[in-house]
Design a binder for this molecule. Structure first.
Ligand SMILES: *[C@@H]1O[C@H](CO)[C@@H](O)[C@H](O)[C@H]1NC(C)=O
Ligand SMILES: *[C@@H]1O[C@H](CO)[C@@H](O)[C@H](O)[C@H]1NC(C)=O
Ligand SMILES: *[C@@H]1O[C@H](CO)[C@@H](O)[C@H](O)[C@H]1NC(C)=O
Length: 528
């Protein structure tokens, strides 16, 4: 018998490893392939990705990953399951009737990998990525409709504040602003889902019987899902869409699909209450496992479903906080300011100084998320002196990532009642050792990084392996060989750490209440 392998697909994919094959027993990464996907910014505050390009790149990546397996003389028939992980709130709507039929090109995987023809039928898919701000006015309108004009009006059911971040608001925006979507909704042709739902629909046949499903971790981020009953909620539906919503509970599955952050939690093996992980990507995502009871936050965090591995398994809940801009600030220094040529240069540049020399950089480019949820904030760099140079700015940018993480952890400690004893980390930025050391210094607890970097993909593969009928893993502790780790211990004293953190908070106050909904001059006397 050959090795049991799991294929993991990660979506959407700016600069990640979208396709990877793991050995089911050892978690060893055998083969992977990566492509860059373009994000487009059609207007200020809008972020889009072309779904056809996403799908095309998934096919390319799967093909290349399998080719590489071939070079290792491993047969693709050893792949026993496909896990999919995605950014949970990215929203797609597509037309179920305009599709071309699919055929199974390779029967290696459980899902059946489909042909490129599947590309042609996702014509109506309009993606809205989570960084997108266009739905702000929709949010304000929805909040004004609630009895207390409160963004927390539905939180007792959803665990979430009403925000641009979650899919229902994006869907409402699409229905109000994109004629094709409005028409497809009226004629019952519109299908709505996150990227994974769309991909699974394509992979399982598209218009010819493709399955339209989601799992509880994704569903819990739509704002339409009741996290206590674990079902779609008619009242929530009515709130966003009037009475037109026809959701059926059979489209919830609990199989091999996890939201990306949940997948990272599983991949980090945070199976015990109180354990937490932070993923450093474009943004930061901090999740803390609170066990089988949901903990409602008094500090602006979200309550979400962490994972539910199997139909009869209990749902595990998590407190979650997100930082909108983390890796994106490095990209901004590179692309917009030109002070570094590649993202990896930032470590060396910041390392020249070892301090920001009193410079603080609050990268609130799209407002501030947890724990503030303040859409009116905008970015600010303060504490500049004649002495400040590029190195200090680079250092301040890295520190900003760490301070934002600390704010969320402080909120979690208060909501959960037990201080965190260490933070598990993953994601692209964790290869920056200066950043990891800074994070330990600013948190005053050790930071632990698995030496296998792609824990999100591993988590999705693990969940797929644990699904009924696959039987690769039971996900019992000790089922997997322990993954080796790197540890960063705090190296500065608590007083210094607290001083820097207090200054940061002062800088955050200065970034608040900047943007107003007044019309703005476009710079040559006219008004937009
Ligand atoms: C929910 O998200 C996960 C990963 O984020 C994905 O694998 C899963 O397929 C999604 N929902 C569905 C369609 O089951
Ligand atoms: C910035 O200033 C510090 C201290 O004067 C110096 O060590 C560092 O090399 C400078 N960085 C750049 C990029 O000029
Ligand atoms: C200035 O105004 C003209 C039209 O009056 C417009 O075409 C142009 O794009 C504006 N410039 C900027 C910088 O917005």
């Amino acid at each position: 018998m050959g090795p049991m392998l799991l294929l993991s697909l990660s979506l959407p994919l700016p600069a990640s490893h979208p396709s990877q094959v793991f050995n089911a027993k050892t978690a060893e990464l055998l083969s992977h392939h990566q492509v860059e996907i373009r994000q487009s910014f059609p207007k200020e505050g809008w972020v889009e990705q072309d779904p056809k390009e996403i799908l095309q790149s998934v096919y390319d990546c799967m093909e290349r990953t399998c080719e590489k397996l071939g070079q290792l003389h491993i047969d693709v028939s050893h792949i026993k399951a496909v896990g999919v992980t995605n950014q949970r709130e990215t929203t797609l709507v597509w037309d179920k009737e305009t599709g071309e039929p699919l055929y199974n090109a390779i029967d290696a995987a459980l899902l059946g990998l489909c042909s490129r023809e599947c590309l042609t039928h996702c014509v109506l898919a309009v993606p809205v990525v989570w960084l997108d701000l266009r739905t702000q006015s929709t949010v304000e309108r929805l909040i004004n409709k609630t009895p207390g004009k409160s963004k927390n009006h539905l939180k007792h059911k959803t665990g979430l504040p009403i925000s641009t971040y979650f899919s229902a608001v994006k869907l409402r925006w699409l229905m109000d602003n994109v004629e094709e979507v409005a028409e497809a909704v009226l004629t019952h042709r519109a299908m709505f889902g996150t990227v994974d739902s769309w991909l699974i629909w394509c992979l399982t046949g598209g218009k010819s019987g493709g399955v339209h499903v989601t799992d509880v971790t994704n569903a819990s981020r739509t704002m339409l899902f009741n996290i206590h009953t674990l079902d779609w909620d008619p009242e929530l539906c009515r709130c966003y869409f009037g009475t037109t919503c026809r959701m059926t509970s059979h489209c919830i599955i609990t199989l091999n699909c996890l939201g990306d952050q949940s997948a990272a939690l599983v991949g980090q093996m945070c199976f015990q209450d109180g354990q937490a992980k932070n993923t450093y990507g474009t943004g930061c995502f901090l999740l803390r496992n609170t066990g089988v009871e949901p903990v409602m936050s008094d500090h602006g965090l979200l309550t979400t479903i962490a994972y539910k591995l199997g139909k009869d398994a209990p749902a595990y809940y998590a407190l979650e906080g997100s930082v909108a801009i983390a890796g994106a600030v490095v990209r901004w220094l590179k692309d917009n300011m030109g002070i570094i040529r590649s993202s990896s240069e930032i470590e060396k540049l910041a390392g020249e100084v070892g301090s920001s020399y009193g410079c603080y950089f609050v990268p609130a480019f799209s407002g501030l998320y947890a724990p503030y949820w303040e859409p009116s904030a905008r970015g600010i760099i303060c504490g500049l002196t004649q002495f400040t140079n590029r190195s200090h700015l680079a250092f301040a940018a890295l520190e900003a990532v760490c301070f934002q993480t600390r704010e969320i952890l402080d909120a979690m400690n208060q909501d959960y009642g037990v201080p965190l004893s260490q933070l598990q980390v993953d994601g692209g930025m964790t290869s920056n050792r200066l950043l990891m050391q800074l994070q330990a210094d600013i948190l005053c607890v050790p930071v632990v990084k698995p030496s296998m970097p792609e824990t999100t993909a591993l988590g999705a593969a693990m969940a797929a392996g644990a699904a009924e009928g696959v039987g690769v893993w039971s996900l019992a502790p000790g089922d997997l060989a322990a993954v080796p780790t790197e540890r960063y211990q705090p190296q500065i004293n608590t007083e210094e750490s607290e001083f820097r953190y207090a200054r940061w908070k002062k800088a955050v106050q200065k970034a608040m209440n900047w943007e107003t909904t007044e019309p703005v001059s476009n710079g040559n006397g006219t008004v937009d």
